[in-house]
Design a protein around this ligand. Sequence first.
Ligand SMILES: N[C@@H]1[C@@H](O)[C@H](O)[C@@H](COP(=O)(O)O)O[C@@H]1O
Length: 245
Amino acid sequence: MGIQWTVYPNHRAASHVAAEIIAATLSETPACVLGLATGSTPLDVYTELARKHREEGLDFGRVTTFNLDEYIGLTPDHPQSYVHYMNKHLFSLVNISRDRTHLPNVQTDNLDESAKQYERLLKAAGGVDLQLLGIGANGHIGFNEPGAGPESVTRVVDLAPKTIQSNSRFFESEAEVPRRAITMGIATILRAREILLLATGSSKADAVAEAIKGPVTSDNPASFLQTHANVRFLLDPDAAARLTA
Ligand SMILES: N[C@@H]1[C@@H](O)[C@H](O)[C@@H](COP(=O)(O)O)O[C@@H]1O
C-alpha cells in the first residue's frame, strides 16, 4: 500500500492526465460509476472531458456519477451550489443521463435521512469505480474536515473555519459561505476501487506532504488514503514542493 504520486510540469498537464485516466475507464467500462469532486482544482479535468466528448466522441451515455458533497443552505440555482457547478462544468456539456447523476440532496427538512439515503444509493449502484478528489489546505477530502474518522460515512458536517475562509473567495463575503454540508465520509471514499487526487499550487504543499508521508491521522483526513490499495496523487511542482525538497 502507500500512496503513489507523480509530479507534472503544471496544473494543466496534471489535469489532462486525470482526464485521460477517467476517459480510459469510460472506454473500458462504459457503465462505470464515477465519484466526482468540485472546487477550483478539477475544472480543467471537466473542460478536457467535455472536449473529448465533443471532438473524440467520448461516451457518457451509460455512466453513473456520485458527487462527494453539497453545501447546506444554497438553492440548486445558486451559482456556488455544487449541483449548479456540475451542471455548468460537466453535465450540460456531455451526453450524460441526468437521472444517473447524483449529489447529496440538501433541499429537505430531514438532512440526516438524506445523507443516509445517499450512502444507500451509492451501495445500491455497486460503489464507485473511480473517485476523483481534490484536497483542502487543511487536508480535508470532500468536506471531511480534520477530526473526521476512518469509519465516517455520508453525513451532515460543520465546515472548518479555515475552509469557510478559503471558500469565501467564491462568495461575495465570508458571511455568505454556508457553514454546513452533506459529505461522503472517509469510509465511503475508501470503498472506491480506484482513487485519483489532483492537487496543485503551493497552498496544498503541506497538506499533500502530510497526507503521503505523515502519520495516518484524523488531523489530516487525506492521510487515510494511505490505507487504500489504489491511490494516485497527480501534482504540480508547487503542490509537491515538500515531497521533493
Ligand atoms: N469540498 C471541496 C473539496 O472537495 C475540494 O477538494 C477542496 C479544495 O478546493 P479547491 O480545489 O478550490 O482548492 O475544497 C472544497 O471545499
